[in-house]
Write a protein that binds this ligand. Structure first.
Ligand code: ARG
Length: 461
């Protein structure tokens, strides 16, 4: 079944699209989210057309007033988005024509939906980056506050998820502050690169009208106009970079989520999530499930999937615009929404969680976590080569294991039976607290280093 031809390009069409054509073609269901950007760029374009004498001041005035009226209708939710107008650009323009009549037809002079959509989308991604940057910094503040509280709290550090060496919980949290710092850097970097205005590239080749592209660029907060019209209408690097930076951020959140899932188990017992961030079980009354952490972990899959989806959309496209590129928006919108939710949930959990300091400290001492400290002592005090010290320590650990006790619970005589040079001073390095206090190398886990790192992160260097 087909309907009447579109009024916008109806000139060369006898009748309109079939229902299925309309269904596959329509994007207003999601690109309505670009309304504010679309109207802002139309206003900048219109002002420029008038300044350049391409349209009359009267028409420009009518168009600008009409665009404001459309914006108000959308914001007041009285605007009716219509699928027959396909996308946000034509919905706005059609309503503008209803409101102001003939002058509306002049707005699209020297413009195409191709440069229009690229501009709208860049503006949207730029705003999304700014929102995410705010959230990333807020989450860093939460982590910094918790790290400060726990700069001296000892916990086991793991490699292969096997107890490796004692670390401080503050140090562990600060690792995520670093990750988030790089995430913020990637978004800022992407923002800088995207900040060129495609408008004025028209359909693909530029235009014969005497535009002032720099004026439009600066009106919209762009650094400059894009330099190649073909590239400008077919570039979606900014969306890919957003998704790539977002994917790495999502991976970081997923790793922290996984740690929360582990730490809140009865077996670890390091952390208790607040009631506000726990769920119960419908059958097992004792349960406190870390659903928000699990879902944050899961949602990384979506963000990564969205990056993958858009890479695949773009990979075979010849220059310049192809309609495939209309499918760029949903992945980006979904990723942005997901990241916003995950950052809020992760920040909420970390801010509210209770840390079981005793439990962490007890676990830090288990699993011969200070064995490296013993080996280092042998190197430092007895001038033993590290490889030999490693071997001697291994034998001492084996003895403790056979006796079912900790390293510090062996007697001096037992240790001396393995290495005669050992003195009672060795016991100084076998406690977890001494172990972490000794790790003072730059970037190390010692409480004083953690405090210095927090100060530096807060901008106090
Ligand atoms: N809705 C379209 C999109 O999002 C706008 C651009 C349409 N351009 C075209 N030549 N049909 O990509």
């Amino acid at each position: 079944m087909s309907s009447k031809a579109s009024t916008i390009w109806g000139g060369r069409f006898g009748f309109g699209p079939s229902a299925v054509m309309e269904r596959i073609n329509v994007s207003i269901g999601f690109d309505c989210r670009l309304y504010a950007q679309d109207i802002a760029q139309s206003k900048a374009h219109c002002a420029m057309l008038a300044r350049q004498g391409i349209i009359s001041p009267e028409d420009a005035k009518a168009i600008l007033g009409g665009l404001d009226a459309v914006l108000k209708e959308i914001e007041n939710k009285t605007f009716q988005f219509k699928t027959e107008f396909e996308d946000i650009h034509m919905n706005v323009e059609a309503r503008l024509a209803e409101l102001i009549g003939a002058p509306a037809g002049r707005l699209h002079t020297a413009r195409s939906r191709n440069d229009q959509v690229a501009t709208d989308f860049k503006l949207w991604v730029r705003d999304a980056i700014d929102r995410l940057l705010g959230q990333i910094h807020a989450f860093q503040d939460v982590l910094l506050a918790r790290a400060e509280e726990h700069a001296g709290t000892v916990m086991p550090g793991f490699t292969h998820l096997q107890t490796a060496q004692p670390v401080t919980f503050g140090h562990h949290l600060m690792a995520y502050v670093e990750m988030l710092g790089r995430d913020a850097g990637r978004f800022q970097d992407a923002r800088k690169r995207l900040n060129e205005c495609p408008l004025g590239s028209a359909a693909l080749a530029g235009t014969s009208f005497p535009l002032d592209r720099s004026f439009v660029a600066s009106e919209l907060g762009f650094e400059r106009p894009t330099a190649n019209s073909l590239d400008a209408v077919s570039d979606r690097d900014f969306a890919l970079e957003f998704l790539a930076a977002g994917s790495i951020l999502a991976v970081h959140m997923s790793r922290l989520a996984e740690e929360l899932v582990l730490w809140t188990t009865a077996q670890f017992g390091f952390v208790r999530l607040s009631d506000a961030f726990s769920t119960g079980s419908s059958i097992m009354p004792q349960k406190r499930n870390p659903d928000a952490a699990e879902l944050s972990r899961a949602k990384a899959g979506r963000v990564i999937g969205n990056l993958n989806a858009l890479l695949i959309v773009m990979k075979g496209l010849p220059l310049a615009y192809s309609k495939d590129m209309q499918d760029d928006k949903e992945p980006v919108f979904e990723a942005a929404d997901t990241l916003e939710l995950v950052l809020a949930a992760m920040g909420g959990m970390v801010a509210d969680m209770t840390v079981n300091v005793e439990r962490m400290q007890a676990a830090a001492g288990a699993g011969y976590a200070t064995a490296t400290d013993l080996a280092d002592w042998l190197v430092r005090t007895l001038k033993m080569p590290f490889r030999e010290a490693h071997h001697v320590t291994g034998r001492i650990v084996k003895l403790a294991e056979e006796k079912g006790c900790g390293l510090e619970e062996l007697s001096l005589a037992e240790m001396q039976a393995i290495e005669a040079g050992i003195t009672k001073d060795v016991f100084d390095v076998l406690t977890v607290l001494r172990s972490v206090e000794s790790r003072t190398s730059f970037g190390g886990t010692a409480p004083q280093c953690v405090r210095a790192a927090i100060k530096a992160a807060k901008g106090g260097s």
